[in-house]
Write a protein that binds this ligand. Structure first.
Ligand code: GLN
Length: 495
């Protein structure tokens, strides 16, 4: 098969092509390695020197289809920097459970992908290694924080990728890049070996070209892990989605997340998808998530609070770099952290330390925890009457690089539709559902805890009906200008 034919396959198709003997694991790996090396989007922070020495074990279900992995997953002997300068060049002595499980299933490491520093961000502009460009339009962001993973899959330089989602970091970049992204139920997937941001929210998940690939990757990710004390595992197996209809499915449309603040083009696409869902047999009704409008405020207290605790370990002594000699211990701490952390990380550490400090703990952290409980209750009540809650994934299409970096509040609003599910711990998928101004829009389907199989089935039925054309993202591969949106390749002069 030609290289373009090979990298044009979905992961599931590539597994089948290998099984038929049309290609083999090494040829496929080399085709993708060449594409990753030719990447012009700054999506990769590390690509290996060659294909793995040994082929995947005979009968391995993923047959050698390579996997791009977000930088924050620890990978033995391979740089794992979480997009931060403070652990630049860190090569862990062990591999994250999810990455190890996928390698065992036959998905070798294709590369480490760029991300917002410690997964804090919605645009990938907070990476210490420069922003990632959106393959649909290089003047725009790919979303974040798993922006490198999303851009790589959308551009076709990776068949699929791993991301993490704390408040939307799989779903929102998937949305902005026109691919599929799934955040599993909290606890379904091990967090062992993921460099932590906010431990009660962080969850690994797939970024893929289609829904079938998301199911295939997730099948080999879930499971209980004794090394992660919040790991639960998954009841049963993740199945291959096959539904073509939505008969009897009740969709709830929360008025709190589908009105003000959502761009008109995104709302139009959302309503068009609801109509399609109805034609496929679903019933659609308004539902209420009364506390959802407070989700962002609660999240931006809770996530920074956990981050301030998790990031205390980067002090120049225990982990990471140490600022040059001279001065006493407090000075060394101060210089190390001043030089090593970026602006957004410092902002979050200060916010989190403040809200956890005595005298403010109950007013901020305690209140935010109570809001989180209310939001989880809202979802439970909604799921008494509905199979799924559906919303647009992101309020806007991909925005221009630099347009929100100086306005943290404008940046945080990107997470408006994704943070509620994160606080509730429930699973949600984002699928592309159209274009607005030539850029992808997306549809989010959230269900009760451990309803991944039903979510994937519903997403599969809708995906077939929508028939999204992903070619606008792929055109950018190999240095070809992004022309699909008519915007040209006018990205920033340098990364
Ligand atoms: N954009 C959100 C934040 O900055 C979510 C990030 C994430 O899910 N990792 O916190």
């Amino acid at each position: 098969m030609s290289v373009t034919d090979l990298t044009g396959l979905t992961a599931a198709q590539a597994v089948a092509a290998i099984a038929r003997g049309e290609t083999d694991a090494t040829e496929l790996f080399e085709a993708y390695r060449a594409a990753a090396l030719a990447d012009e989007l700054n999506a990769y922070l590390w690509v290996p020197d060659g294909a793995p020495d040994s082929p995947p074990p005979a009968g391995a279900p993923l047959a050698g289809v390579p996997l791009a992995v977000k930088d924050l997953f620890c990978t033995q002997g391979v740089p794992s920097q979480a997009g931060s300068k403070i652990i630049e060049g860190y090569r862990p002595p062990y591999t994250a459970t999810v990455v190890a499980k996928l390698a065992e299933a036959g998905a070798p490491l294709l590369g480490k992908t760029n991300q917002d520093e410690f997964a804090m961000g919605s645009s990938n502009e907070n990476s210490a290694y420069g922003p990632v460009l959106n393959p649909w339009d290089r003047a725009r962001v790919p979303g974040g924080s798993s922006g490198g993973s999303a851009a790589a899959v959308a551009a076709g330089s990776a068949p699929w990728a791993l991301g993490t989602d704390t408040g939307g970091s799989i779903r929102q970049p998937a949305a902005l890049c026109g691919i599929v992204g799934l955040k599993p139920t909290y606890g379904a997937v091990s967090r062992y070996g993921m460099i932590a941001f906010a431990s009660s929210l962080d969850q690994a998940g797939p970024l893929t070209r289609d829904v079938a690939d998301a199911a295939l990757l997730l099948r080999h990710m879930v499971g209980h892990d004794t090394r992660d004390c919040t790991s639960v595992g998954f009841p049963g197996e993740i199945a291959t989605p096959s539904a073509e209809r939505l008969d009897g499915i009740r969709l709830g449309v929360p008025e709190e997340l589908t009105g003000d603040g959502i761009e008109p083009g995104v709302l139009d696409a959302f309503h068009a998808t609801l109509e399609l869902a109805e034609q496929l047999g679903a019933t659609i009704e308004t539902c209420r998530l009364p506390h959802a409008p407070h989700a962002l405020a609660a999240y931006y207290v809770l996530a920074p609070a956990e981050a301030s605790s998790n990031l205390a370990r980067y002090d120049g002594v225990r982990y990471g770099r140490r600022a040059g000699d001279g001065g006493d211990l407090p000075e060394m701490y101060t210089r190390t952290r001043s030089e090593g952390f970026g602006v957004e990380v410092k902002r979050r550490i200060m916010l989190g330390t403040y809200s956890l400090s005595s005298g403010y703990y109950d007013a901020y952290y305690g209140s935010a925890q109570r809001v989180r409980t209310k939001i989880a209750e809202d979802f439970r009540t909604a799921f008494d009457n509905f199979d799924f809650v559906v919303t647009p994934t992101a309020p806007t299409v991909a925005f221009e690089l630099g347009s929100k970096v100086d306005d943290p509040m404008a940046m945080y609003v990107n997470d408006y539709c994704t943070v509620p599910m994160s606080l509730a711990g429930t699973p949600a998928i984002s699928i592309p559902n159209g274009l607005s101004e030539g850029l992808p829009t997306a549809f989010q389907i959230a269900g009760p805890a451990f309803s991944e199989n039903r979510i994937l089935d519903a997403a599969h039925a809708l995906e077939s009906a929508i028939g999204f054309d992903a070619s606008g993202g792929r055109l950018s591969r190999g240095g070809m200008p992004s022309t699909s949106s008519g915007r040209g390749a006018g990205g920033p002069a340098e990364l």
